[in-house]
Design a protein around this ligand. Structure first.
Ligand SMILES: [Fe+2]
Ligand SMILES: [Fe+2]
Length: 222
């Protein structure tokens, strides 16, 4: 099944601009999540238009209230009258619940398969990308942390909370591509000195090229 052309155009024009002033949740992140969601929709035989829409809206509410951004993003999706042209009320409810349940720190299983796929699509099983996104989030939300080491320790501890009872970074789905990415990532990330060196390189880069300043003073995501 192909993505509906009009739906895609509507989202590109009206939803993607919401990510313009986001750094760690900018369009690189959104496109990664979209690609993962499309892959998972094929694997689990889900509705590709729903998968695409969920991914496109999932972080749109970040500048409204970071701590509850999944609820705010769910509201934006739920209240978007245009989506009624393409989806039934039941489909919109499923998509809203999926968006609401996507947080990586959430311990309860998402309420539906779309939420499970979204949560897993939202993980960064790429240590360099994670370093880039997580250091930005840390700088924004923990202005009192002064040094690289303080930021790194907080970041590493936060991600390690996602290790489940089986000793693995949690995944709700069992797609082999994501499992492979997770296992490779886990090997890198749990080698803490290696992880520190990757984060340090990113820290040096953003300190030198002005990105750090821009993250703090310009970007609107957290
Ligand atoms: Fe999010
Ligand atoms: Fe996200």
């Amino acid at each position: 099944m192909k993505i509906n052309k009009e739906l895609k155009e509507y989202i590109e024009k009206n939803i993607f601009p919401k990510y313009d002033k986001y750094y760690s949740h900018g369009m690189i992140h959104i496109n990664n999540v979209i690609n993962n969601m499309i892959m998972l929709s094929k694997y689990y035989d889900l509705d590709v238009n729903m998968a695409y829409t969920i991914a496109a809206y999932h972080d749109s509410g970040l500048n409204i209230d970071r701590e509850n951004h999944e609820k705010e993003s769910g509201k934006i999706l739920n209240n978007d009258q245009e989506l009624k042209k393409y989806f039934t009320a039941e489909q919109i409810k499923i998509m809203k619940e999926a968006v609401e349940d996507h947080r990586g720190s959430r311990k309860e299983r998402p309420r539906n398969i779309y939420g499970e796929c979204l949560s897993d699509s939202d993980r960064d099983f790429d240590i360099k990308l994670l370093a880039k996104r997580q250091l930005a989030t840390s700088l924004k939300n923990y202005p009192d942390l002064a040094t690289f080491d303080e930021h790194f320790e907080r970041c590493h501890e936060y991600i390690c909370k996602r290790i489940n009872s089986k000793g693995k970074f949690n995944l709700w789905t069992d797609n082999p591509t994501l499992i492979e990415q997770r296992d490779a990532f886990q090997k890198d990330y749990l080698d803490k000195e290696y992880a520190r060196s990757v984060y340090k390189r990113e820290w040096n880069r953003i300190s030198k090229d002005g990105t750090k300043e821009k993250i703090i003073n310009y970007y609107e995501d957290y």
